[in-house]
Design a binder for this molecule. Structure first.
Ligand code: LRH
Ligand code: MN
Ligand code: MN
Length: 427
C-alpha cells in the first residue's frame, strides 16, 4: 500500500477553498496582533515527530488484546506504515526501533526502504524489562541494577548490541528505560541499586560512538510498585550529570505522579541544558499511553510554552531535540491514532509560538497575574488548525490526513495485504 502524491493533491484540491477561507481569516486575526503566520508555518514544517515501531499495532492491556487487522508483521511493514503516516502529514519523518521487538536483519535493505519513503531512524530503545528466549539470566529482579554482576553484564551487553544495530541504521541515540526497582519495602538496597545502575550505565556510555547520545528515561512506578531506581527527573538528571555530556534526560509525559508540574520540570531541565526530548502521550491516571492532547491539552500547551522559550534561550533548533510519540491504543486504528497525536503536538507548538513573550515578561515583572494568564489563554484559545494544515500542505502532505486515510480505505487495503487477524510485535 502506497499513497501517491496525485491522490493527496486531488484530495487537497477538493477542500482547498474552504481551507483558504479559514487560513485567510486567521492570518488577518494574527496580523492584527503583529504575528507573522508564515514564520509559524515554517516552524511547523521543520518540526518532525518520530513514530515508535511499537505503536503501529493495536496496543493491548494485561487483560487482553483486540487486533484491528492489517497490522505490520515485520520491520519492513512497520517502516511502510510510518511511510504512510509521513506521506499524509509530512511531519512523521522517522521511526524509533525497540530491540529485540525489532531486529533489522539486513540493514542495507531496510535503510533503502526507509530512504524511499523519506524516513530516518530515530533513537534505538533497549529492552531489559523482559526476558528473551535463550537468555542466560533473568531480569525478574532487575537488570542494570541487579545484585548479581552476571545479570548486569548481560544487560550492559544487550545495550551495546542495541547501539550496534542503531549504528548500522544511522541512528544517533540510545534510549534507556529501566523497569528496575522493588515491589516491597526491604527488597532492595536503594543506594546499592543506584550505584550498580550507575556503573552499568557508565559501561554503556563508554561504548557510545562519538556522535551519539544516551537518553535516560524515568518513571515513577510500574511494573515495580514500591520503588523504581530511576523514579523521577531528579534521579535521571543525577545519572546524566555523573555520566557526562552525552547523557540527557528523556521526559515521558505519562511517567509522573499525579498532578506533577511537568512544564516546570521541562523548564528546569532546559535551563541546565539536559533535556533530551520527549515521549509524548496523554493520561488521566498513570502511564495510560493515550493519544497526545486527548485528556490535558492545556498542559501540553504549557509544556510547549516552556519548550519554545527554552529553545530560544539556548539558541537551539527544534530538530536538535528528540520528539517522539509513545502512545498506543487498544480501541483505535493505530495509524489514525498516531495522526491525531502528531496533529495535537503541532497544534500545541503553534499555539505556544503565538505567545507574546515581551508582554508576558512585562506582566510578570509587574505581578499582573490576570494579564499573564490572559496572554497564555488567548494563545491557547486560538484555533491554529489552519496553520497546521497549511504547513502539511506546503510540505506535500494532506490538508486532512485522517479524512484522506479513510477516503482511500487504507486500513482495508492493509487488511487485504496482510490479513484480518494480525499481531504486531510490541508491548
Ligand atoms: C515504559 C515506556 C518506555 C518503553 C516503552 C515501550 O513505560 O514508556 O519508553 O521503552 O514504554
Ligand atoms: Mn516512554
Ligand atoms: Mn511509558
Amino acid at each position: 500500500m502506497k499513497i501517491d502524491q496525485y491522490q493527496i493533491d486531488q484530495h487537497n484540491d477538493s477542500i482547498l477553498s474552504r481551507h483558504n477561507g479559514q487560513l485567510n481569516f486567521l492570518n488577518e486575526q494574527l496580523g492584527e496582533q503583529d504575528i507573522n503566520s508564515n514564520e509559524i508555518i515554517n516552524a511547523l514544517k521543520a518540526f518532525q515527530v518520530a513514530i515508535p515501531s511499537w505503536a503501529l499495532g493495536t496496543g493491548g492491556t494485561r487483560f487482553g488484546r483486540f487486533s484491528g487487522g492489517g497490522e505490520p508483521r515485520s520491520l519492513e511493514e512497520k517502516v511502510e506504515d510510518v511511510g504512510l503516516l509521513h506521506a499524509l502529514n509530512r511531519s512523521s519523518g522517522s521511526i524509533s526501533l525497540h530491540i529485540p521487538w525489532d531486529i533489522p536483519q539486513q540493514a542495507e535493505s531496510i535503510i533503502s526502504l526507509a530512504n524511499s519513503l523519506d524516513l530516518k531512524f530515530d533513537a534505538v530503545n533497549s529492552n531489559t524489562f523482559q526476558d528473551q528466549k535463550d537468555q542466560a539470566h533473568s531480569y525478574k529482579f532487575g537488570s542494570l541494577s541487579h545484585v548479581d554482576p552476571a545479570v548486569r553484564k548481560q544487560a550492559v551487553e544487550h545495550n551495546i548490541e542495541v547501539i550496534r544495530y542503531g549504528k548500522d541504521l544511522g541512528s544517533k541515540s540510545l534510549s534507556i528505560w529501566l523497569s528496575d526497582g522493588s515491589c516491597f519495602p526491604g527488597q532492595s538496597n536503594f543506594v546499592r541499586a543506584f550505584q550498580n545502575t550507575l556503573e552499568s550505565l557508565q559501561e554503556i556510555y563508554a561504548a557510545l560512538p562519538a556522535d551519539w547520545k544516551v537518553y535516560v528515561e524515568y518513571k515513577a512506578y510500574e511494573p515495580n510498585f514500591y520503588s523504581t531506581v530511576i523514579q523521577d527527573w531528579g534521579s535521571s538528571l543525577l545519572f546524566c550529570q555523573k555520566l557526562g555530556p552525552k547523557a540527557d534526560v528523556l521526559v515521558d509525559l505519562g511517567h509522573h505522579l499525579p498532578n506533577a508540574n511537568i512544564e516546570q520540570i521541562v523548564a528546569t531541565l532546559m535551563m541546565e541544558g539536559r533535556l533530551a526530548g520527549f515521549h509524548f502521550n496523554d493520561s488521566k491516571y498513570g502511564d495510560d499511553d493515550l493519544t497526545v492532547g486527548s485528556i490535558r491539552p492545556y498542559m501540553l500547551f504549557l509544556i510547549f510554552v516552556e519548550l519554545v522559550e527554552g529553545m530560544k534561550r539556548a539558541n537551539r533548533a527544534a530538530d536538535t531535540y528528540a520528539w517522539m510519540i509513545d502512545a498506543s491504543h487498544n480501541v483505535k486504528d493505530p495509524l489514525e491514532d498516531l495522526l491525531q497525536s502528531v496533529e495535537a503536538i503541532l497544534i500545541s507548538y503553534a499555539q505556544a509560538l503565538l505567545v507574546d513573550r515581551n508582554k508576558l515578561e512585562q506582566a510578570r515583572m509587574q505581578n499582573d497575574v490576570v494579564l499573564a494568564q490572559q496572554i497564555l489563554q488567548n494563545a491557547f484559545r486560538t484555533d491554529v488548525r489552519p496553520l497546521v494544515r497549511e504547513s502539511m500542505r506546503m510540505s506535500g502532505g494532506s490538508l486532512d490526513p485522517i479524512g484522506l486515510f479513510r477516503d482511500l480505505k487504507v486500513r482495508n487495503e492493509l487488511m487485504n495485504e496482510r490479513g484480518r487477524v494480525t499481531v504486531a510485535t510490541g508491548l
